[in-house]
Design a protein around this ligand. Structure first.
Ligand SMILES: Cc1ncc(COP(=O)(O)O)c(C=O)c1O
Ligand SMILES: N[C@@H](CCSC[C@H](N)C(=O)O)C(=O)O
Length: 417
């Protein structure tokens, strides 16, 4: 990565994945050219350390007064940050990937692609913080936002304007109602009708291990790296993967101009977390599937939302575009007080926002992660107040089911074995 803030990315033909995704996650490649000293993900290290070195520095000394070193200032570039970006680009099958301070920063950087007055089409069920940022930009008069049910391709079509539409934002599965959008169908439609628009997918819930949005036709895929990618809830990060060099240049410009790049230490932690992504998510989703089936079997549970259940309305679309259902599910009890009692009676599930952590978590989105969406908007968008979200961790599956069973019983819900 160069120090130049105006830089144009070269088409260097980044290595494409050669192995199965779980191998690629732990396989850190050398990007050294012929005759160059071997490296790991572009970081040359005379000591051949097994883990990528941490360049905890703000500045880099230059070889001469013309400042032609590869790096000059960590806001513009840092070898540890470049290493995780190179690794992520391979995993996301992206032309380039970038890491920034949080998932919200990733969305903020991406939204700066939209010119003043541009129209954004976004889902009617999306993370509360994303909704807050879009609402803020709308109130300032910078953009127009149309919220539609993105599970319905015709609803998206009805809002597209060939001139005004500049960005279509999908979450799939959505947070917290686990609704699925057809990434291929929406991308094809938007590219056909609105040549100036980019299709952006918040892929946080799936991670690139389960779903590759760029392969499915999206232009940009982003993540809250705070969740599955890092996996331990001990850091925050955002990740952006793009399909073209033009988008890479535009995104890099904003990151450098605003100083939103991820710090060296956080980059190092993110790279470490990525190596265990496959093993964590496989365990989390196997247990989540069992929990979803257990809950669906309970007559007193009103509705279970999980794409691994054949009863999920978009189950077929989900399995056509993702290789697994993931570790997050939501359910409704039909009664806010009952939901509250369940949340408070669990012992193994921490009452906490966020997901993708090795520990299991439980929350009431309307009170927590989505509290920033005004109650009347939640109502208009049919976000039920009693909904409970479960984020399944890597604990023993039987312990997790037994703990939930006990919590249901303690909350007064009849439980079948
Ligand atoms: C789906 C989704 N996208 C984006 C974000 C924002 O990520 P961060 O908290 O890292 O800013 C979150 C949660 O915060 C989320 O749930
Ligand atoms: N107080 C925070 C809430 C963060 S929610 C984090 C996560 N995306 C989730 O869905 O649980 C805020 O106001 O942003």
């Amino acid at each position: 990565m160069s120090v130049n803030s105006e830089r144009v990315f070269d088409d260097v033909n980044l290595d494409r994945p050669k192995y199965h995704p779980s191998t690629e996650l732990v396989y850190l490649e050398s990007t050294a050219g012929e005759g160059q000293e071997a490296d790991t993900l572009g970081v040359r290290d005379p000591y051949h350390s097994s883990s990528v070195p941490l360049y905890q520095t703000a500045t880099f000394k230059q070889p001469s007064a013309d400042g032609t070193g590869e790096f000059d200032y960590t806001r513009s570039g840092n070898p540890t940050r470049s290493a995780v970006e190179t690794h992520l680009a391979k995993i996301m099958k992206a032309e380039r990937a970038f890491v920034v301070t949080t998932g919200m920063t990733a969305l903020d950087v991406i939204l700066r692609l939209v010119p003043n007055g541009g129209q954004i089409i976004a889902g009617d069920d999306l993370y509360g913080g994303s909704n807050r940022l879009l609402t803020y930009l709308t109130k300032l008069g910078h953009v127009e936002v149309e919220n539609v049910d993105t599970t319905n391709v015709e609803a998206v079509r009805s809002k597209l304007d060939p001139v005004k539409t500049r960005l279509v934002l999908l979450e799939t599965p959505t947070n917290p109602l686990i609704k699925i959008a057809d990434i291929r169908a929406v991308s094809d439609l938007v590219h056909e009708k609105c040549p100036n628009a980019v299709v952006v997918v918040d892929n946080t819930m799936m991670s690139p291990y389960l779903q590759n949005c760029l392969d499915l036709g999206a232009d940009i895929e982003y993540h809250s790296g705070t969740k599955y990618l890092s996996g331990h809830h001990d850091m925050m990060a955002g990740v952006i993967g793009v399909r073209s060099l033009d988008l890479a240049d535009r995104i890099f410009f904003v990151i450098n101009a605003t100083g939103s790049g991820l710090s060296p230490f956080e980059s190092w932690l993110l790279l470490r977390g990525l190596k265990t992504l496959a093993i964590r998510i496989e365990r989390q989703q196997a247990t989540a599937q069992r929990i979803a089936e257990f809950l669906e079997n309970q007559t007193d549970i009103k509705r279970v939302l999980y794409p691994g259940l054949p009863s999920h309305p978009q189950h077929q679309i989900h399995i056509s575009q993702a290789s697994g259902p993931g570790g997050v599910l939501s359910f409704e009890t039909g009664d806010i007080a009952t939901s509250e009692r369940i949340v408070e009676a669990t012992k193994l599930y921490g009452i906490s926002v966020s997901f993708g952590c090795i520990n299991s978590l439980i929350s009431m989105p309307c009170r927590m992660s989505h509290a920033s969406i005004p109650a009347e908007v939640r109502k208009a968008r049919a976000l039920p107040e009693d909904v409970v979200r479960l984020c399944v961790g890597i604990e023993d599956p039987d312990d997790l089911i037994n703990d939930l069973k006990s919590a249901l019983i303690a909350a007064g819900v009849k439980v079948k074995a």
